[in-house]
Design a protein around this ligand. Structure first.
Ligand code: BGP
Length: 478
């Protein structure tokens, strides 16, 4: 049985759902300069400067699905589904428009206060991501974002403001969404752009050190402000399988996994792992750090490990064969798995494997804060959306998760379906790549009424929550 207080719910993020980019004094953020269309990838990677984009460029995140104007309606629908928690992110530039003001923007704080109060009124526990691919643009322009230590102070000032304002209302915090995204899409993940001739690895690991230090300091600060806070780190997870049992393939998979575990190794264990120190030596990477940073990392490890899981990965040492898509980075095509419409492998058992691997590695509570299927939905003539494909994805993944808990003993705090109300896709900027249990009437070109509608998966998930997952066990085996 799943624990009685298991946190079933859904997740979104300000950068992809909130919109309201100029409301109530909000400053510009990274998401406001991520374009729709072909140039998006180069901008996300940091190889194309957003300032070079033509004036008629469409930026889908600026309005997104107007969560800013629809939050009461959305929360009422979440409550109807029975959510016990809701994960969302605070837009940093709503609180500190340029990142450097002396005082926080009261209108921004008031917005989130109303938002959080609305959740609590419905008995829904808030789970807050402090930074979900969302940095004030002024900090990118002034300091080169996380390249600079300066940004650590700005981040802590922001954390301090929201920790103090929302203590007593919010218990669960996540310092950075998918912190390992920095290695793969450095501008979207961390506001990093590269100058010609720079060593990208040097820049990325320096930014990683600054973010990891900021994350640890936020854990320390949060616990000081409220000892009851649970402050987690977050990883874009998904185990890397060897393509075959050839030792070379297996070794390659160990190395690939480490590229991502590097972050949680530091955040959960409090020190740089031996393999990372070797890598820095081999690649000539020199991290600038203060002598006390290592102590800060050691003393302020994360309380829990949050993760997103969409797919497993696969790797072959010879680099041959077909490639496959997937969250965060592409890998070799696994011949045993089907793929989504967007080419991401579908691997429910991979979730069980990933949860076990993470729990074995860290022995800290885990929290699945993203999982779901990005698919195109076509409303029927009567307007109904019969998303059986999404139901079957979620059904299989939730059962694999329950196996990890019930059969394997993994300690898991909760599960939130990603994009529970449709939102803008992070990697493609499309609306048509939908994850929601609630449909939003808006298309890729930004047209639509923004009306919300329940999909078939809405009622299905409502039942899952009401039975604490048990309804999925009662099926007659195929
Ligand atoms: C994760 C992000 C989310 C979300 C999700 C799905 O990487 O944390 O922000 O977008 O992936 O990805 P996409 O929107 O590209 O389908």
């Amino acid at each position: 049985m799943m624990r009685e207080d298991f946190l079933w719910g859904g997740a979104t993020a300000a950068n992809q759902s909130e919109g309201g980019w100029q409301k109530d004094g909000r400053g510009m953020a990274i998401v406001d300069v991520l374009p729709h269309g072909e140039s998006r990838k180069a901008v996300m990677e940091g190889s194309l400067d957003y300032r070079a984009l033509p004036p008629d460029t469409f930026y889908p995140g600026r309005e997104a699905v107007d969560g800013y104007g629809h939050f009461k309606e959305d929360i009422a629908l979440f409550a109807e589904m029975g959510f016990r928690c809701y994960r969302f992110s605070i837009s940093w530039s709503r609180i500190f428009p340029t990142g450097e003001e002396d005082e926080p923007n009261e209108a921004g704080l008031r917005f989130y206060e109303e938002f959080i109060d609305e959740l609590l009124r419905h008995g829904i526990q808030p789970v807050v991501t402090l930074c979900h691919f969302d940095i004030p643009l002024a900090l990118v322009e002034r300091y080169g974002s996380w390249r600079s230590r300066q940004v650590i102070d700005c981040y802590l000032r922001y954390c301090d403001a929201v920790f103090r304002r929302f203590k007593g209302k919010v218990r669960y915090w996540i310092t950075f969404n998918e912190i390992n995204m920095l290695m793969h899409l450095p501008f979207m993940g961390a506001g990093i752009r590269f100058a010609p001739g720079e060593n990208p690895l040097q820049v990325k690991y320096q930014a990683a050190h600054n973010e990891l230090t900021a994350s640890a300091m936020a854990v320390g600060l949060g616990h000081e402000i409220c000892p009851d806070f649970q402050i987690g780190c977050m990883l874009a997870a998904g185990s890397v399988y060897p393509y075959s049992c050839r030792p070379e393939d297996v070794w390659e998979s160990v190395k690939k996994d480490r590229e991502n575990y590097f972050f949680t190794d530091v955040q959960a264990r409090g020190e740089y792992p031996a393999y990372a120190k070797k890598l820095f030596e081999q690649e000539g990477i020199q991290l600038e750090m203060l002598p006390e940073d290592l102590k800060v990392l050691k003393e302020n490890t994360a309380d829990f490990i949050a993760l997103s899981y969409y797919n497993s990965r696969c790797v072959r040492a010879d680099g041959q064969g077909e490639a496959s898509g997937g969250n965060v980075f592409a890998s070799a095509k696994n011949p045993y798995l089907e793929c989504s419409q967007w080419g991401w492998p579908i691997d429910p058992m991979g979730l069980r494997i990933t949860l076990n691997t993470l729990y074995d590695r860290y022995q800290k509570p885990l929290f699945i804060v993203e999982n779901g299927l990005g698919a195109a939905d076509t409303p029927g003539e009567d307007g109904s959306i019969n998303d059986d494909y999404r139901i079957s994805y979620l059904d299989a993944h939730i059962r694999a998760m329950m196996d990890a808990v019930e059969e394997d003993g993994v300690e898991l705090l909760g599960y939130t379906v990603w994009g529970c109300v449709d939102l803008v896709s992070a990697t493609t900027g499309e609306m048509s790549k939908r994850y929601g249990l609630i449909y939003v009437d808006k298309d890729d070109a930004g047209r639509g009424t923004l009306n919300r509608r329940r999909k078939k998966s809405f009622g299905w998930y409502q039942k899952v929550i009401a039975t604490n997952g048990e309804c999925l066990r009662e099926r007659i085996p195929e």
